[in-house]
Design a protein around this ligand. Structure first.
Ligand code: HEC
Ligand code: HEC
Ligand code: HEC
Ligand code: HEC
Length: 320
């Protein structure tokens, strides 16, 4: 599935356009092959006011005006050979949202980590994700149409809240250092300059505090608290995504701090996953081969299971 969209992809589109232009070729981006780009949180606010009001108070949003000014940030930018955090592609890939007015236009910094950092760049799915069909409403849309809507928005880059494994993979791309732009050299430079890496990032603790926005029907005015059963499942799925992230990325750098963090992530995730073995024997195949494909299959296998008797004792009591 092609869900991850980054500044680098947009850069590539722009460069290709310029290149073809320079060669005298006509570059006509088609919807099907267009690289998705961000529309910015202001666009989402038009219909998702409640979610926006939660988001704007989170560190993801507020750090936009602050983090680049700190001494720590300046030291880290310098270490990777950049001048300003807000102009350094590596930093932007995890700290900021860049928007584009229309395909091929110059990207502009618009916010910190925002809606599309987590739900996917929306240019290609925005008009699909809320379309119930001609003359239909949320109540009258038929199941087949809904399934198709979810499928096509996903294909266009949307990460649905129900796709828990993919949501967790996406958090890890930043919090677990899985971004493709990371290399042995820039990881080492960042670690030496004391960029934090937090091996204890865990999706329940980090998504059910300040980040929580759960205005699901029928109680659409209430930011709902997640049940213990749902939390237990999310906790386990989060650890599955963490295991894949850490296993795939640990060899990227030998820096002691980085290695120790990735080792700790692997150890914690493995212990949690082993603890659900009797309730979810499917975990065996996943632990034997922890890949994204197997992680998604494992998440699907436990979609209707109650794992709380195995993991409720491990659930966080405090949320970030
Ligand atoms: C024109 C109005 C509109 C805009 C603009 C809009 N949305 Fe939506 N969105 C909706 C509606 C209506 C739904 C409910 C669809 C459904 O029933 O699943 C929805 C559903 C969603 C869902 C899934 C909710 C669920 O329960 O699974 C997410 C996530 C989402 N929108 C994110 C966004 C983001 C991010 C943006 C900005 C890039 C955005 N939306 C812009 C109207 C909008
Ligand atoms: C792989 C994603 C990623 C990249 C790339 C990245 N950061 Fe970060 N950064 C994070 C995350 C995640 C945190 C929060 C860590 C935590 O506290 O759990 C963070 C935290 C920070 C902090 C501490 C913020 C605070 O509020 O204390 C600074 C400063 C910082 N980053 C600067 C930079 C700079 C400068 C760059 C570019 C050289 C950069 N980061 C690149 C993900 C990234
Ligand atoms: C840090 C990642 C992150 C950011 C930023 C984020 N979301 Fe979400 N969003 C999630 C997760 C995770 C869920 C699933 C929540 C759950 O079920 O507990 C979700 C659920 C949703 C839902 C379905 C629940 C509901 O409230 O109806 C909508 C709609 C939504 N997000 C829209 C948005 C919009 C709009 C923004 C920006 C204003 C945004 N999100 C920002 C991660 C994020
Ligand atoms: C595009 C990269 C990115 C994604 C995706 C992302 N985050 Fe973050 N997150 C950050 C950065 C960077 C910070 C640190 C900001 C700062 O301190 O300046 C942060 C900070 C946080 C904080 C505040 C932590 C604190 O100590 O105050 C929470 C909570 C959080 N993220 C949860 C999540 C969750 C849950 C997800 C997935 C649903 C997620 N994030 C996805 C980049 C990201």
């Amino acid at each position: 599935m092609s869900i991850k969209v980054s500044f680098r992809n947009i850069q590539k589109t722009v460069t290709l356009g310029l290149l073809l232009g320079a060669l005298g070729l006509v570059f006509v981006p088609t919807t099907a092959s267009a690289k998705p780009f961000n529309l910015g949180p202001g666009k989402c606010k038009e219909c998702h006011k409640a979610e926006f009001e939660v988001w704007e108070k989170t560190k993801h949003a507020t750090s936009y005006k602050k983090v680049h000014k700190s001494k720590a940030a300046k030291k880290i930018v310098k270490a990777v050979g950049g001048k300003r955090m807000k102009k350094t592609a590596l930093c932007m890939s995890c700290h900021y949202t860049q928007t584009v007015k229309k395909a091929g236009a110059k990207p502009k910094l618009a916010a910190g980590v925002s809606c599309e950092s987590c739900h996917g760049s929306a240019s290609e799915w925005i008009t699909i994700h809320n379309n119930y069909g001609k003359g239909k409403t949320v109540k009258t849309e038929d199941d087949a149409h809904k399934a198709e809507r979810i499928k096509s928005a996903t294909a266009a880059g949307m990460i649905w809240p129900s796709a828990l494994y993919d949501i967790a993979v996406n958090c890890n791309s930043c919090h677990g250092f899985s971004k493709q732009a990371l290399t042995g050299a820039n990881i080492s430079a960042m670690m030496d300059a004391k960029h934090p890496i937090n091996p204890d990032f865990e999706i329940v603790a980090y998504s059910q505090g300040t980040v929580r926005h759960r205005f699901y029907p029928p109680k659409v005015t209430e930011n709902q608290v997640m049940s213990t059963v749902d939390m237990s499942r999310l906790y386990v799925i989060g650890q599955a995504a963490t295991l894949v992230s850490a296993t795939e990325n640990i060899s990227k750098s030998d820096h002691a701090v980085y290695k120790a963090a990735q080792e700790k992530r692997i150890a914690t995730a493995t212990a949690v996953l082993k603890s659900v073995q009797s309730l979810a024997p499917e975990v065996g195949a996943f632990l034997a081969t922890p890949t994204t494909v197997n992680g998604r299959a494992f998440a699907a296998a436990i979609a209707a299971k109650d794992l709380s008797s195995a993991v409720s004792g491990r659930l966080p009591s405090k949320f970030k």
